[in-house]
Design a protein around this ligand. Structure first.
Ligand SMILES: [Zn+2]
Length: 101
């Protein structure tokens, strides 16, 4: 399992609001310190919320997205309303530069 290191980007799971107005959700965060010797290990984070930054020096990892924890950036699930992917619409690599050599 990859260990976090200072400066890596991770996800922080926000707590959301108690009144339910804001759901618990993934936020971008930068690892500011690593506590490998803590039990369980934890990291310090600078969490980048859309409207502000906050810092936490002791955040544990949780792949279950428990509020107040971090995880490696999770896969974005595509929304089903985008229709079928259009095959062949993406141009291939441009090889013209290699042909000149
Ligand atoms: Zn996430």
């Amino acid at each position: 399992m990859t260990q976090p290191t200072v400066c890596r980007m991770v996800h922080y799971t926000s707590y959301g609001s108690k009144d339910g107005r804001y759901d618990s959700t993934c936020r971008a965060a930068v690892v500011t310190e690593v506590h490998e010797n803590y039990d369980p290990p934890s990291v310090g984070l600078a969490v980048l919320n859309p409207s502000g930054i906050f810092f936490d020096r002791n955040v544990r990892e949780s792949d279950e997205h428990k509020p107040g924890t971090w995880h490696w950036p999770c896969t974005v699930v595509p929304t089903p309303n985008l229709g079928e992917p259009v095959i062949g619409s993406v141009p291939g690599p441009d090889n013209s530069a290699q042909e000149e050599s």
